[in-house]
Design a protein around this ligand. Structure first.
Ligand code: NAD
Length: 469
């Protein structure tokens, strides 16, 4: 295939040469070949990008809402025109099967950006409290640092909201999947956005990420990724008391109550756990099943997992692609190797394609709720099944996690809703309720701080001022 080489950074509304000639190779996790590269940015590139974002801030922040909305509308149209290319690039750099890449990796961020273009066109909220006029203002220059598993969605959740809120942005995408962010910069160029409101500096976490997190002129760092890195970024930002928002890991429970539609709950549950080869922060990786239906659920989950077709992401028959990297594959295999539960599907000896960083869809039953399997975020196609005897016990097991990102409950409507209210997570889907890209998204506990998406996501990027009269 034709290599995809990007040799410049998008700073101040122009493609500029990076300070260093060093490049970061991008691997296709199915063919295991390096098919592209991006600049390995430096702290000096970050300085340039921050200066451009700072210079652009007053103009962008003070623009009438209708003009900001129009600019984001142009960006949305330019991005939507690239939908097929976005899906292709994410298929190449991450290995997401093409059908899912089109719907989720391309479709979702385009939808989210359309929503932010609409929100941007509305004046920011104002209210009167007694003798105070309460107004909203941009936070300032935002540093956005994103991971590789939904590489454009996670970027748009930050960039769309921050721009709609009147902020300007310095973006660092994951070094494993940086190419799709360059398509966003292409769209920004085509949309003729005011120079400097969006800047792209590719590079590694320890160099470009750390330079953003510790930069004295970045007012807020918005991060999605692992809890360990989130902690490091919080420490760096704390030195200058900069605002931080964090979207971190998860270990979500799928609670299947006694009166649930078992077949649907198990099938949808397995599909959710294995979406994007299990590399999804909200994945329902713990399936909690009432003991009355436990054996049936285990059998059905094992059968569903065994029915997955693994292979080339660009083959329409493929349901499960490879993991994003050899490191990720080996990490996931380590969890399977150390597990002491009952293996009912997949495992280390199950057949996988000859090339690509594959792990077979794996299901463990009789998992100890305190074990590594049930507590750690595995980020691969590994599902743990745990039994319970009462709704109270199900809630206790579900909440027995240092994470609190998402979850699901299946059962008669009122009962399932009552259990949903008791889960200590930022989101819960009841009886298969669909993901809502405009509803607040974020974590309790160590899953993060703050919310993304929709109006709540925009509010995260604004300050609130009280003016007394
Ligand atoms: P990661 O934390 O290793 O990397 C995320 C980003 O941080 C990358 O851009 C990386 O370059 C950068 N980074 C790494 N070290 C840094 C440092 N010292 N300073 C500044 N930046 C640094 O995570 P990952 O491996 O890319 O992503 C997987 C993790 O992300 C999983 O744990 C997953 O649960 C989590 N995640 C969470 C959400 C969410 O919304 N809650 C969404 C997706 C992924």
């Amino acid at each position: 295939m034709t290599p995809v080489h990007r040799d410049e950074l998008w700073i101040g509304g122009a493609w500029v040469p990076p300070e260093s000639s060093e490049r970061i190779g991008v691997e296709n996790p199915y063919t295991e070949e390096v098919f592209g590269h991006v600049p390995a940015g430096t702290a000096e590139d970050v300085n340039l990008a921050v200066s451009a974002a700072r210079a652009a801030l007053p103009g962008w922040a003070n623009l009438p809402a209708a003009e900001r909305g129009a600019a984001l509308g142009r960006l949305h149209r330019a991005l939507a025109a690239r939908a097929d290319e976005i899906a292709r690039i994410v298929g190449l750099e991450l290995g997401t099967p093409l059908k899912i890449a089109k719907a989720v990796q391309a479709g979702l961020p385009i939808t989210v950006l359309a929503g932010y273009a609409e929100l941007a066109a509305q004046p920011w909220a104002e209210e009167t409290i007694g003798n105070s006029l309460v107004v909203h203002e941009p936070v300032g220059v935002i540093g956005a640092i994103t991971p590789w598993n939904y590489p454009l969605h996670q970027v748009i959740a930050k960039v769309g909201a921050a721009l709609a809120a009147g902020d300007t942005v310095v973006l660092k995408p994951s070094e494993m999947t940086p190419l799709v962010a360059f398509l966003l910069a292409d769209a920004a160029a085509e949309a003729d956005l005011p120079p400097g409101i969006l800047n792209l500096v590719s590079g590694t976490g320890p160099v470009v990420g750390a330079a953003i997190a510790g930069h004295p002129d970045i007012d807020m760092v918005s991060f999605t990724g692992s809890t360990a890195t989130g902690r490091a970024i919080s420490h760096a930002a704390a030195d200058r008391v900069a605002r931080v928002s964090l979207e971190l890991g998860g270990k979500s429970a799928n609670v299947i109550l006694e009166d649930a539609d078992l077949v649907k709950a198990v099938k949808v549950g397995v599909g959710n756990a294995f979406l994007n080869s299990g590399q999804t922060c909200t994945a329902w990786t713990r399936m909690l099943v009432h003991r009355a239906h436990y054996d049936e659920a285990v059998e059905l989950a094992a059968k569903t997992a065994a029915g997955y077709t693994l292979g080339d992401p660009f083959d329409p028959a493929t349901r499960l692609g490879p993991l994003a990297s050899a490191v990720q594959r080996d990490r996931v295999r380590g969890f399977i190797e150390r597990a002491s539960a009952r293996l009912v599907a997949g495992g280390l000896d199950a057949p996988v394609p000859a090339t690509g960083h594959f792990v077979a869809p794996t299901v463990f039953a009789d998992v100890d709720p305190d074990s590594e399997l049930a507590q750690e975020e595995i980020f691969g196609p590994v599902l743990s099944i745990i039994g319970f005897d009462s709704d109270d016990e199900a809630v206790a097991i579900a909440n027995n996690s240092r994470y609190g990102l998402a979850g699901a409950v299946w059962g008669s409507d009122e009962r399932a809703l009552a259990v949903a209210r008791r889960l200590r997570t930022g989101a819960v889907d009841v009886n298969g309720g669909a993901f809502n890209p405009f509803a607040p998204f974020g974590g309790y506990k160590q899953s993060g701080i703050g919310r993304e998406l929709g109006a709540y996501g925009l509010a995260e990027f604004q300050q609130v001022k009280a003016i007394q009269r």
